[in-house]
Design a protein around this ligand. Structure first.
Ligand code: HAS
Length: 545
């Protein structure tokens, strides 16, 4: 069943994994540099011109390409599966996929030629060739088109089932896609109205502050576009994998709606130190950032309660005894639980980032990559790896090549990332800047308190390399060399409490209306002011040639 959708999903996974394989391979090199072993001069002979070219490839391939391809494939497939019907028009989804691939190639060429070394946030006035930006735009537009394919499927299902409550996994997938389409309007405006005319030479200058504001309109909700597919798995699948049931389905629905409502109007928390945005607006975004913390707390409570139901159904007793009865030998489950545990630390760090005044201590320091390696680098990436441990066998019919290797991979990632991110957080607290060759900085102006954390970063990075090798070996062997055939179904959690879903948790209108109103309030006046006072004066700079 759903053979065509399986093929579509497999292609998304293929591109996503190829991007991750290349993007992630720069990580251990950066970690070595931090430890004082600078391998970049040696790598110039194979075409890598600088640390920053590698860092740009690392950020774009991991944070933008791996995630967007995986998520678009996953959301489309999960929607079809959850609604129990094929995609209404799979050609639309293929068009979306190929648009994304064309965009990826357009962006990859200048990246590989060291013409677009602008890091993954591509802040103007750093400048890349126009086709780099157009390529990124096509990746986003392609994902929008795939989103349309999902909506068509939902409308066809709704026509056949006018009274039914949308199944949780489908609803959450649709909400995630809507969130993405709304939030990427910011980066679309940035690229189409500001960056493309400037990089094409049609206008002489750009307003960096306006460009950054548009960027962060997208940039923060982007992190929830990454996170929510993991939450779909944690709510919609993990309870079943744990042998239990979803503790509260209405609460799960509420948390996805709250993410739609609250994810976008808080981008100024990335701009607390930017001039040109009055304090009052920054404070408003700080308050809203604390609000978006709330659905993650709901998630922690609901997912842990669901696992407790599973652990107790499997014979566990007492306050913590159930934990030992969870399926600790099942790779997909274990990988995702380890991702959750590290996310609890990443989330706590997020609160420190969000605090308007404490942010000043950590902004632009190594703390920030410490934070995002626990979030997108673990909560998201390790969860996606865990999902692939059932999804790839499900799609290919091939048995996972080695469960044991998968378990080792997950634990090694957990340990490696724990050491790595702890080192990064400590460095940040000691004032080490981010996006800096810290090995070189250490020699020139480093602080002796950096010594141990730099070693932690270096060692953690090499442990992560081992985990990555195990993961990719397992993926390749499962896809191409596994001899044993299996039938693996998509896990779908059943609700613990039977009963009708409240109507307001199944109704798009109030949530969409609230989302638009909140965005208009939080961004409207400031965008109006920044646009009316814009100064298109800054020329482009090409650095690290
Ligand atoms: Fe963040 C910067 C604030 C979450 C990613 N963030 C970044 C950047 C990235 C990023 C990439 O307010 C850098 C951007 C750049 O390049 O400049 N972030 C937050 C807050 C949250 C948060 C408040 N971030 C994420 C997620 C990300 C992500 C998720 C990726 C997926 N972040 C910030 C701020 C900055 C920032 C400022 C700017 C800093 C600066 O100055 O530049 C919250 O959403 C976090 C809430 C999460 C939790 C954790 C809940 C735990 C759960 C698991 C429970 C289960 C367990 C398992 C423990 C509250 C759900 C138990 C197991 C058993 C067996 C019992």
């Amino acid at each position: 069943m759903l053979a065509a959708e399986k093929k579509l999903a497999s292609w998304h996974i293929f591109v996503a994994l190829a991007a991750l394989a290349l993007g992630a391979s720069f990580g251990p090199l950066q970690a070595l540099e931090h430890m004082g072993i600078n391998v970049y001069p040696a790598l110039q002979s194979v075409g890598l011109q600088s640390y920053y070219q590698g860092l740009t490839l690392h950020g774009i391939l991991n944070a933008l390409v791996w995630t967007t391809f995986f998520i678009t494939g996953f959301l489309g497939y999960a929607t079809a599966k959850s609604l129990n019907r094929p995609l209404a028009n799979i050609t639309v989804s293929w068009v979306g996929f190929w648009l994304m691939v064309v965009g990826l190639v357009m962006a990859a060429v200048p990246l590989l030629l060291n013409l677009a070394t602008v890091l993954y946030t591509f802040y103007p006035p750093m400048q890349a060739p126009w086709y780099f930006y157009l390529g990124l735009t096509l990746v986003v537009v392609g994902s929008w088109v795939s989103g349309v394919g999902m909506y068509m499927t939902y409308w066809a299902w709704r026509k056949d089932n006018p009274k039914e409550t949308t199944p949780l996994i489908a609803l959450a997938s649709l909400i995630t896609m809507v969130l993405w389409q709304i939030c990427t309007l910011g980066v679309a405006a940035e690229i189409l109205a500001l960056i493309l005319p400037w990089s094409l030479g049609l206008v002489q200058g750009i307003d960096p502050q306006l460009a950054r504001t548009f960027f962060w309109f997208t940039g923060h909700p982007l992190v929830y576009f990454w996170l929510l597919p993991a939450y779909i798995s944690w709510y919609g699948m993990i309870p079943e994998q744990a042998g239990g049931k979803l503790f509260s389905e209405p609460l799960a629905r509420l948390s996805f709606w709250l993410f739609l409502l609250l994810s976008t109007p808080l981008g100024f928390h990335h701009q607390y130190v930017d001039p040109g945005v009055p304090e009052g607006w920054k404070f408003l975004h700080a308050v809203l950032t604390y609000a978006v913390f709330f659905p993650s707390m709901l998630t922690a409570f609901n997912v842990i309660a669901s696992m407790e139901i599973g652990g107790k159904a499997r014979g566990g007793k007492g306050l913590v005894g159930w934990i030992f009865h969870l399926p600790w030998n099942e790779p997909s489950f274990v990988t995702q639980v380890l991702a959750m545990i590290l996310f609890a630390f990443g989330g706590a760090g997020g609160l420190i980032n969000a605090s308007y005044n404490v942010n000043l201590v950590i902004h632009n320091t190594a703390w920030v990559p410490g934070h995002f390696h626990l979030t997108v680098g673990t909560a998201v990436t390790l969860s996606f790896m865990g999902i692939l441990y059932w999804w790839l066998p499900h799609l290919t019919g091939n048995k996972l090549w080695s469960s044991k290797m998968a378990l080792w991979q997950a634990w090694i990632w957990f340990v490696g990332m724990g050491i790595f991110s702890n080192g990064m957080h400590r460095l940040g607290l000691d004032g080490a800047p981010r996006r800096t060759m810290l090995g070189v900085a250490m020699e020139n102006y480093g602080n002796e308190t950096w010594t141990i954390p730099l070693i932690m970063v270096g060692v953690g990075g090499q442990i992560l390399l081992i985990s990555g090798i195990l993961f990719f070996t397992n993926m390749v062997m499962t896809a191409y060399f596994s001899k044993e055939k299996v039938v693996v179904e998509m896990p779908v959690a059943k609700p613990y409490h039977a009963g009708a879903t409240p109507v307001w948790l199944n109704n798009w209108q109030p949530w969409l209306a609230g989302t638009i109103v909140l965005i208009l309030i939080a961004y409207g006046p400031m965008l109006f002011q920044l646009i009316s006072q814009a100064q298109f004066t800054s020329p482009g700079f090409v650095v690290w040639k």
